[in-house]
Design a protein around this ligand. Structure first.
Ligand SMILES: *Cc1c(COP(=O)(O)O)cnc(C)c1O
Length: 364
C-alpha cells in the first residue's frame, strides 16, 4: 500500500489535512450551515425544465463569460451593480481560490482573523500563499483598531474578512471593513456567505464598493439560497478585479447545467429565500434557550450559533449523534456550533441539549 508520504507531492502540502466536515446520513443534520428547508416544488420544476433545455446543447461549450448569469446576479444584489462587476464560480470557495491565485501565490500572504473559516488557510496553502491568522478581541469581536493594527503589523497582500464570521457567528461592522480597506495595501475580500441572515437593516459591504477598487465582496447561493448542492458562489468588485480573475479561471469553468440551474433559482429568489426569516427566528430561539440551559451562546448574525460552556464537547457531539443529530466540533475549547434548522430540527437539538445543561445534576 502506498501512503501519501511515499508520493512526491509538494513539500508545503506534506502533513496537511483536507477539508473534512463529516458527511453522515442522519435525521437531523445541523453541521454545515445549509438551509435545511427543501426547494419549493414549483421552483424545482422550473429549474428541471431549464436544465433539461440546457442538456440538448451540451455538445457545445457553455458561455465562458456566463453573461446571463452575471446579469441576473447583478440584478439580485442591487446596489446599482452592473454585470461587468460580477464574477461567479463553483461555490464561493472557488471564487476565493481565484482571488488567491490572482493576488496571492509564493512570496505573498493572506491574512484573516481567527478563529475563522477553515477554508481560508487551506486555499492559501493550495495556492502557495502564506496564511496569517491574526487575533480577535474577547468574544471574537473585531473592532477597527484591532483589525487595522494587524494590517499594519503584517502588511498582507490579501485580507479575508468573514462577515458575519464563521464559525463564531460574529457580525462585522462596516466601520471595521472600511478601516481595513483604507489601511490595507492589498485586496480586501469581505466574505458575506451569510449576509441574507443578518438582522433586517444590516448594511452590506456592497455599499462600500464605490471608489474602492481593491474591495471585493463574495456571496454564495449555498446558504440562505438553499442551493448548496448546485455549487454556485459569486463576487462583486471593480471590473478590473474581474479581469484579473479571468486570468486564472479554467476555460468554461461554469457548466451549462450550473448556469441554467442558477438562473432558475435566481428567477425565483423570493421563494428561495422565503424561509430566511423563519431560520433567523430559530437562531434566536437557540440563543435564548441555550442561555437558559446555562450555556454561553455567542452573538450571531448568521444561520448558526457557536456556544461555549460545554464541559466535554466531543462527548456531547457523540451523544447527539447517537440520537441522530449531527452538529459541529470546531476545535475551540468548550465550544460547539449548531446550524438553525427547521422548527422541528431545532426542537430535537434543544431537547437533546437539555440533558447536558451545565446546571443540571446529570452534569454536576
Ligand atoms: C459556507 C461558506 C462559504 C460557502 O462556500 P460555497 O463554496 O459557496 O458553498 C463561504 N464562506 C464561508 C465563511 C462559509 O461558511
Amino acid at each position: 500500500m502506498t501512503s501519501l508520504d511515499d508520493l512526491p507531492i509538494r513539500d508545503d502540502l506534506r502533513g496537511k489535512s483536507p477539508y473534512g466536515a463529516p458527511q453522515k446520513h442522519v435525521p437531523v443534520a445541523l453541521n454545515v450551515n445549509e438551509n435545511t428547508h427543501p426547494i419549493p416544488d414549483d421552483v424545482a420544476h422550473d429549474i428541471v425544465a431549464r436544465v433539461a433545455a440546457a442538456i440538448i446543447g451540451l455538445n457545445r461549450y457553455p458561455d465562458r463569460e456566463f453573461t446571463e448569469l452575471r446579469t441576473a446576479l447583478a440584478r439580485y444584489l442591487g446596489h446599482d451593480l452592473v454585470p461587468e462587476q460580477l464574477w461567479a464560480a463553483n461555490g464561493s470557495n472557488e471564487v476565493l481560490q481565484h482571488v488567491l491565485q490572482a493576488f496571492g501565490g509564493p512570496g505573498r500572504t493572506a491574512l484573516g482573523f481567527g478563529p475563522t473559516y477553515s477554508m481560508y488557510g487551506l486555499l492559501s496553502s493550495g495556492t502557495g500563499t502564506g496564511w496569517i491568522a491574526a487575533d480577535r478581541d474577547g468574544d471574537f469581536e473585531l473592532p477597527p483598531e484591532t483589525a487595522v493594527a494587524a494590517i499594519e503589523r503584517h502588511d498582507p497582500d490579501i485580507v479575508l474578512l468573514c462577515s458575519p464570521n464563521n464559525p463564531t457567528g460574529t457580525p462585522l461592522s462596516l466601520e471595521t471593513i472600511a478601516a481595513v480597506a483604507d489601511a490595507a495595501r492589498g485586496v480586501v475580500v469581505v466574505d458575506e456567505a451569510y449576509q441574507e441572515f443578518a438582522d433586517p437593516g444590516t448594511p452590506s459591504a456592497l455599499t462600500l464598493l464605490e471608489g474602492r477598487p481593491r474591495l471585493l465582496v463574495s456571496r454564495t447561493m449555498s446558504k440562505a439560497f438553499a442551493f448548496a448542492g448546485a455549487r454556485v458562489g459569486y463576487l462583486a468588485a471593480d471590473p478590473a478585479v474581474i479581469d484579473a480573475l479571468r486570468l486564472v479561471r479554467l476555460p468554461y469553468h461554469l457548466s451549462a447545467l450550473t448556469q441554467a440551474a442558477a438562473l432558475g433559482a435566481l428567477a425565483h429568489a423570493g421563494e428561495m429565500l422565503a424561509m430566511v426569516d423563519e431560520i433567523r427566528a430559530q437562531r434566536e430561539r437557540i440563543t435564548r434557550e441555550l442561555r437558559v440551559l446555562g450555556f454561553h451562546p455567542y452573538r450571531s448574525g448568521a444561520n448558526f450559533v457557536l456556544f461555549g460552556g460545554v464541559a466535554d464537547p466531543h462527548a456531547v457531539f457523540e451523544a447527539l449523534l447517537d440520537r441522530g443529530i449531527l452538529i459541529r466540533e470546531i476545535g475551540l475549547p468548550g465550544c460547539l456550533r449548531v446550524t438553525a434548522g427547521t422548527e422541528a430540527e431545532t426542537t430535537a437539538f434543544l431537547e437533546a441539549m437539555a440533558s447536558f445543561a451545565p446546571s443540571t445534576p446529570a452534569n454536576a
